[in-house]
Design a protein around this ligand. Structure first.
Ligand code: PEP
Ligand code: MN
Length: 332
């Protein structure tokens, strides 16, 4: 990190600043130029508040040379992270396809969908048991029963299961869950992230509705700082001025995050657009741009789904998407 000081800063002020920086755990290197004095901060600058530093009266500007995320940073971990989940792995040569309903609605529903998505090529089963709904009057999920039905579907099909957590107090219910999802609305629920950092569970961390990639990586960093390195990032569309689609899918997130981080990244084309017929073209685009996988909402009866029916595809369409994804992968 570099701090450029304003003209006319006195030696005493520079000394005060460097003394303070030393108490923050970094060394300093001062270079006196003709017009400006520049202080180079050497060492672990991740705890330095760049905004606070630039707000000081004698500081003209501050520039970070290294990113504030360390554990998630590819610079310190050049190889891709590959996470073993059940009988499959994420981030390696396998292409991950997580499929299933937005919400678990009944045992029969999730069992039927699990069998059909497995036959089509899904590598994991998803289903929400705790649902973060915008309205408190909408279906909130089957909670513990929902997780139970997912576990039964896992036993029947062998598919590892992915489901969302909204409250760290519920962690005991997630013992047999293979991947715990942190939804977009909880991406910056830092207490939840810290709690998940103390587990060894694989976490699927979704990008917030209005969060930058740096913020997403800092949230991953929260989990990793606690000792849990098993994180799958998920781009699920961000809010823009566009209204035809529910969100705007940021495909550039894939190559950008690949450059910045070693963590695997999957794309969720369902929440990204909110429109079932856009799931296939965006799944193909996500595959082509280098994503490690997809997360797709599949429902056996979309018009009657209790949540996100408009963006849910049928098992038949899902099988067609899987075929098309395989074709794209074969030419990459
Ligand atoms: C979901 O996966 O069903 C979900 C609620 O996703 P998001 O957090 O991305 O809105
Ligand atoms: Mn959903």
């Amino acid at each position: 990190m570099i701090a450029v000081l304003k003209q006319g800063t006195s030696e005493k002020q520079i000394e005060n600043l460097t003394n303070w920086l030393h108490t923050q755990g970094v060394d300093t290197h001062i270079s006196f130029g003709k017009e400006h004095t520049i202080i180079g901060l050497v060492g672990d600058t991740s705890k330095i508040d760049a905004e606070l530093l630039s707000s000081l009266e004698i500081v003209d500007s501050v520039k970070r040379i290294t990113e504030p995320f360390k554990n998630a940073n590819r610079k310190f971990h050049p190889d891709n992270t590959v996470i073993e989940v059940g009988n499959t792995s994420v981030g390696g040569n396998d292409f991950t396809i997580i499929a299933g309903p937005c919400s678990v609605e009944s045992e029969e529903q999730v069992m039927e969908i699990a069998k059909s998505v497995k036959a089509a090529g899904a590598t994991m089963l998803r289903g929400g048991a705790f649902k973060p709904r915008t309205s408190p009057y909408d279906f909130q999920g089957l909670k513990a029963d929902g997780i139970d039905y997912l576990i039964r579907a896992k036993k029947e099909t062998g598919l590892p299961i992915v489901t969302e957590i909204m409250n760290a107090n519920h962690l005991d219910l997630f013992l047999d869950v293979d991947v715990i999802q942190v939804g977009a609305r909880n991406m910056q629920n830092f207490e939840l992230l810290k709690e998940l950092g103390r587990t060894k569970k694989t976490i699927l961390l979704k990008r917030g509705l209005a969060n930058t990639l740096k913020e997403l990586l800092m949230s991953a960093e929260y989990i990793m700082a606690g000792g849990n390195e098993n994180i799958i990032l998920c781009e699920r569309g961000i809010r823009t001025f566009e209204t035809y689609t529910r969100n705007t899918l940021d495909l550039s997130a894939v190559p950008m995050l690949k450059e910045l981080s070693h963590l695997p990244i999957v794309i969720d084309p369902s929440h990204a657009t909110g429109i079932a017929k856009l799931v296939k073209p965006l799944s193909l685009a996500a595959t082509a741009v280098g994503a490690d996988g997809l997360m797709i909402e599949v429902h056996n009866d979309p018009p009657h789904a209790l949540c996100d029916g408009a963006q849910s595809i049928t098992p038949e369409t899902f099988a067609d998407v899987c075929d098309a994804v395989r074709k794209v992968r074969s030419v990459l």
